[in-house]
Design a protein around this ligand. Structure first.
Ligand code: ADP
Length: 316
């Protein structure tokens, strides 16, 4: 049995004008127990919708989701109690209370009391590295510390499945790194984790497998390594003041995926092999164009390529 089993899930919203917006268009995903699964996608891809359905706060339009075998619609209570959820940002903790008081409150909500509650709170504070600050007011905490507290909250009920929705959003790089290390520790304890992020590096660092989602559809599910390899072959070359005949030559090169002119006089060439990148640069140098910059494409651009490719070939 999978920890998370998602089958043909769709979700349609009605927007303010009464029009229908399809946020999820038939998503299927199986996450085995103990896996850290990264869900990667640009804004509007459907990540939050998917997390909300899994966490039983939103009903699916069609399709099925079960958490450790419990259907989120027909067996909501058990599905819910198998889950911990941690959202990004720093909302949700009471600033005037200490870390210990906050956790103790949440532990109470989950039905723990007396010495069990105290023990659980101590254990969690220790686990997320807040033991030495346990009695300080949360209002004085950094973003990273608040997020560790949120993680502790997500773990209060000792859930088999943990959902982390953009957990490092707004954190400084050091705090984000610490937080990722912490997630790495959880993974070694066997917790199944679904991590949503728009940060490719974060997904790659933490996940056993990564799914790319775009416009409500799963594009692919692979190991981060495979996705990293895919991404690293794409590059772009920006150059200024490129005459039309040169542009045409570049466009005709094998391995050039797209050539576009931006509003401010920059010609952007996207390539899918290092060899094509070199060929483009060579032509630009020969034409004595000096302002040439090479960079990696954004995740959104990679998506476009992947969606395009998938559209063209059935097998991958
Ligand atoms: P993500 O979390 O990947 O940014 P979301 O799940 O929030 O994506 O959104 C997916 C799509 O559904 C988007 O097109 C978004 O505009 C739309 N959407 C999300 N929530 C609502 C809502 N309450 N009403 C109407 N449309 C919504």
């Amino acid at each position: 049995m999978s920890a998370l089993d998602i089958t043909d899930l769709t979700r349609v919203y009605k927007n303010a004008g009464g029009e229908e917006v399809q946020a999820l268009g038939g998503v299927s995903l199986q996450v085995p127990r103990g896996e850290v699964h990264g869900l990667l996608g640009p804004n509007g891809a459907g990540k939050t919708t998917l997390c909300k359905i899994i966490s039983t706060v939103l009903l699916p339009t069609t399709g099925r989701v079960s958490v450790l075998g419990h259907d989120v619609v027909t067996d909501t209570k058990r599905a819910k109690s198998s889950l911990g959820i941690v959202f990004g940002g720093d909302k949700g903790a009471y600033d005037r209370l200490s870390a210990r008081q906050n956790l103790s409150f949440w532990a109470g909500v989950y039905g723990l009391s007396g010495s069990r509650r105290r023990r659980r709170v101590d254990e969690l504070l220790d686990r997320v590295g807040l033991a030495t600050r346990a009695d300080d007011k949360v209002g004085g905490f950094s973003r990273g510390m608040k997020q560790r507290l949120h993680l502790a909250r997500g773990l209060v009920a000792d859930p088999g499945v943990l959902i982390l929705d953009e957990p490092t959003v707004g954190m400084d790089p050091v705090a984000a790194r610490d937080f990722r290390a912490l997630v790495g520790e959880l993974r070694s304890n066997g917790t199944t984790i679904l991590l949503t992020t728009h940060d490719m590096a974060e997904a790659a660092a933490l996940s056993d497998r990564v799914s790319l989602i775009d416009q409500g559809r799963m594009i692919l599910t692979e190991s981060p390594r495979t996705i990293g390899d895919l991404v690293s072959t794409y590059e772009r070359v920006d150059a200024r003041d490129v005459p039309e005949p040169i542009r045409q030559r570049i466009e005709g090169l094998p391995g050039v995926v797209a050539v576009t002119r931006t509003g401010d006089g920059v010609l952007r060439t996207e390539t899918e092999t290092p060899r094509a990148t070199l060929a483009v640069q060579r032509i630009l140098v020969e034409a004595e164009i000096r302002e040439v910059a090479r960079s990696r494409p954004s995740l959104e651009e990679v998506y476009l390529h992947l969606v395009g490719r998938r559209g063209m070939s059935v097998e991958r």
